[in-house]
Design a protein around this ligand. Structure first.
Ligand SMILES: C[S@@+](CC[C@H](N)C(=O)[O-])C[C@H]1O[C@@H](n2cnc3c(N)ncnc32)[C@H](O)[C@@H]1O
Length: 381
């Protein structure tokens, strides 16, 4: 795909953007098949789920640099100066049209961009997420609360310019460190959650919760997981590292006990809200769905007995030895592992010799980069 920023050497984030898309997918497929091949000789690969080549990214993490009068919205170059990327082709129109207004807002509200080399200034990042219905969540990551009152004062202007903003908040990140956001969040709008409707299910995203970056491909991933769960018809299901509950809510069925486990209390509250809304609307499959705030490893290994089927969707670091070995020895007949890091996936599968990888699929969540999401269904040998 053509990207002017890449061609001019101004941004190199999409490392393989010049490679034709079909070839990118074929290479990723070959790489994950090579990685998992020795561990799972009989594994069947379903056709890869591909993405739109442009306009697929639903989350923008934009660094703000430059000056109050002329802010840049994009990334920092090697010398720490701002590189504006407001026309980055990865973003859908609903996000691209917000960037100029968000830059104007910096000037209007007098938000001094944080200068990394000089350790001066207030505004570090603007994080924007777009929902399938085009509603937006906008978050300003600030060094302190110095500019909070000015953001509040000028917010009505921004809401007039961008009526799609459903949620706006400030995140306070005082550390001079490569950490994107801090712990304190101040929500400025009446609404605190963005509704991400996926396959007819409303997932409620709070500012600090994780959501997949490519909603269209994530929808396909949840559908695939639901089909794998249905095929094994478990009486009980766990969704470990459940986030706002995508896998758990897709895997619910009448009479099935479903438990989602996640460390973020905010994400758990969102998942519970989705469950409650469906329950109140008469969806009986939600009756035995529950979510708990806990560390997945401590929680799972502390249970008296295991569920029949377990979905795991850990961060890039993977499950690790303790949980992998525990899954291997557990009573679960089916494990569905969704991974954004094939290297840790392969490492973890090697600790599960009693579980046989039966079917797998590549979900191309991150086009133009070497990254991919892989879903694998494992069954007890
Ligand atoms: C890759 S995300 C997956 C989220 C969710 N399954 C989805 O589809 O959006 C990983 C999730 O694991 C959570 N997490 C990280 N460490 C954890 C831990 N030790 N125990 C439980 N959850 C954890 C994160 O907060 C994040 O929501």
């Amino acid at each position: 795909m053509r990207c002017d920023y890449y061609a001019a050497g101004l941004c190199r984030s999409c490392t393989i953007i010049e490679q034709p898309y079909a070839e990118q997918v074929a290479d990723k497929q070959a790489r994950v098949a090579d990685l998992l091949g020795p561990l799972a000789p009989g594994l069947t690969w379903l056709p890869p789920v591909t993405s739109d080549e442009a306009g697929f990214r639903t989350k923008a993490k934009m660094v703000i640099a430059g000056t109050v009068q002329a802010p840049t919205i994009g990334i920092l170059d090697a010398s720490g100066r701002g590189q504006d990327l407001r026309d980055c082709p990865l973003y859908p129109v609903s996000l691209s049209r917000a960037f100029p207004m968000l830059a104007d807002f910096v000037t209007r509200a007098g938000l001094e961009p944080y200068d990394v080399p000089g350790r001066r200034g207030e505004l570090k990042h603007v994080l924007v997420t777009v929902a399938p219905d085009e509603a937006l969540m906008v978050r300003w990551v600030l060094r302190s609360t110095e500019a909070l009152a000015r953001i509040r004062k000028h917010l009505p202007w921004l809401l007039d310019q961008l009526p799609d903003i459903a949620v706006a908040s400030v995140n306070v990140q005082p550390a001079h460190a490569a950490v994107l956001e801090g712990e304190r969040e101040v929500v400025l709008t009446e609404r605190e959650t963005l509704t991400m409707r996926v396959n007819g299910i409303d997932l409620h995203l709070r500012p600090q919760s994780f959501f997949q970056t490519n909603t269209a491909v994530a929808s396909a991933l949840y559908r695939q997981a639901a089909a794998w769960i249905e095929a094994s018809a478990p009486a009980s299901l766990w969704d470990l590292y459940c986030g706002v509950g995508g896998f758990a809510l897709h895997g619910a069925a009448p009479g099935r006990t479903v438990t989602g486990v996640e460390t973020s209390a905010q994400a758990v509250a969102s998942a519970q809200r989705s469950r409650d809304e469906r329950l109140w609307s008469g969806d009986g499959s939600m009756r035995d769905v529950a979510f708990e705030t806990a560390d997945a490893v401590a929680w799972a290994t502390g249970q008296a007995s295991s569920a029949d089927a377990i979905v795991v969707n850990p961060p890039r670091r993977g499950l690790g030895e303790e949980l992998s070995r525990w899954l291997d020895a557990s009573g679960a007949s089916t494990v569905i592992y969704s991974s954004c890091n094939p290297d840790t996936l392969a490492r973890d599968l090697a600790w599960m010799p009693s579980l046989v990888a039966r079917e797998a699929r590549l979900f191309d969540m991150f086009p133009h980069t070497g990254h991919g999401e892989v879903g694998v269904v494992l069954e007890r040998a």
